[in-house]
Design a protein around this ligand. Structure first.
Ligand SMILES: [Zn+2]
Length: 87
């Protein structure tokens, strides 16, 4: 009797924990959705733009097979214009 009660107690704690956590994750995805930029050069600089997403400028090389590259800092996807319908 006592064991069953204790087990149920743990279970209800786990459920109330998981719900606010998954809500937070969903919010984060909306506010930090990666941007996609169409570019016409294969070598492109990214500094994350203005505000919170800003970062040191990096040069990204778009591979000719893949047609796009992702900025390691701000996750902006640089898509070469020749590949914009493919990606
Ligand atoms: Zn960037």
């Amino acid at each position: 009797m006592l064991v069953g009660r204790a087990y149920f107690g743990i279970l209800s704690v786990d459920i109330s924990w998981a719900m606010p956590d998954s809500n937070q994750k969903a919010k984060k995805m909306v506010t930090q959705a990666p941007e996609t930029k169409i570019v016409d050069v294969r070598r492109i600089a990214c500094d994350g733009g203005e505000g919170a997403l800003g970062h040191p400028r990096v040069w990204l090389q778009i591979s000719s097979e893949q047609g796009w590259v992702e900025c390691p800092y701000c996750d902006t996807k640089m898509v070469h214009k020749d590949f914009r319908d493919v990606v």
